[in-house]
Design a protein around this ligand. Structure first.
Ligand SMILES: C[S@@+](CC[C@H](N)C(=O)[O-])C[C@H]1O[C@@H](n2cnc3c(N)ncnc32)[C@H](O)[C@@H]1O
Length: 262
């Protein structure tokens, strides 16, 4: 027997929750969340946002926490389609922006293949939130005319072999690595071995927008060791480039911010 025919008019909204701080969601994203009959959310979404969901709505954590059974991507895709067949307003709430390292494409494919309408509501991604919290620009006329957003971890858990490391080492701009912690030494040593300046100002911004936020400021050549010493934890982003320059770098590696929410 095939799937049930869809008798209603469902729409799946992929909503960016922003990183850490619940106030970083867009007005549209918040409206979709409040209207939702079903919310499937990631582990990293700010928990306060779930208080915005209407009473009686179904809320499902599909997050992949390291310490418990992972839902495979196939199961998440199936859940999305299954709920959209039963309810009209389904929200898939994702940390940051859904289109940045969020496996959005695979979920859109599943929804589209089932003939279900969807929309994407963008969110603030960790890179721009990190820059905002550290008080830096990611681009600068004449100094950083490109911004590269890369993953620091591939499927096997190491630095991605598919990245063009030569190009990254030469890129005259800002590099932001998501999921960098497992490969920090390999990323930084690899970039400097290929010619990137080990004295380049570099930051690790940890748990942005949460009460545990820290900004670790240093240089490309020493940030991995400093992160180890400071016990930096996930989630964090690594930002390196000429615009990262700040007075604190001259003082060596140190924590420059302790708390995010004001
Ligand atoms: C699977 S990716 C999702 C990225 C997300 N879609 C975005 O746009 O920010 C998870 C990675 O994003 C970064 N990230 C997400 N939230 C963060 C936060 N609150 N603080 C620092 N980094 C964060 C970290 O590098 C983390 O390992």
């Amino acid at each position: 027997m095939g799937p049930c025919p869809i008798a209603h008019n469902p729409r799946v909204a992929f909503v960016g929750a922003g990183p850490g701080d619940p106030e970083l969601i867009t007005l549209k994203g918040l409206r979709r969340l409040r209207e939702a009959e079903v919310v499937l959310h990631d582990r990293l979404v700010p928990p306060e946002l779930l208080d915005e969901v209407a009473p009686g709505a179904t809320v499902i954590d599909v997050g992949k926490a390291p310490d418990r059974r992972c839902r495979g991507q196939g199961e998440i895709n199936w859940l999305l389609v299954d709920w959209a067949r039963r309810r009209e307003r389904v929200v898939r709430l994702k940390g940051g922006d859904p289109a940045i390292f969020g496996r959005l494409g695979e979920e859109i494919e599943a929804v589209r293949a089932a003939g279900i309408a969807f929309e994407v509501v963008p969110g603030v991604t960790a890179a721009t939130a990190a820059a905002a919290r550290a008080g830096i620009s990611l681009t600068a006329r004449g100094r950083a005319s490109m911004l590269v957003v890369a993953t620091g971890t591939d499927h096997a858990g190491g630095p991605p072999a598919a990245l063009d490391w030569d190009l990254l080492a030469r890129a005259e701009g800002t590099l932001v690595f998501y999921m960098p912690l497992g490969s920090l030494e390999a990323i930084t040593a690899g970039l400097t071995a290929l010619g990137r300046d080990p004295r380049e100002p570099t930051m690790l911004i940890e748990r942005i927008g949460t009460p545990h936020e820290r900004v670790l400021s240093g240089r490309l050549g020493d940030i991995a060791e400093a992160a180890r010493a400071a016990g930096v934890r996930s989630p964090a982003v690594l930002v390196t480039g000429p615009t990262v320059a700040s007075a604190s770098v001259e003082l060596g590696v140190r924590q420059i911010l302790a708390s995010a929410r004001v």
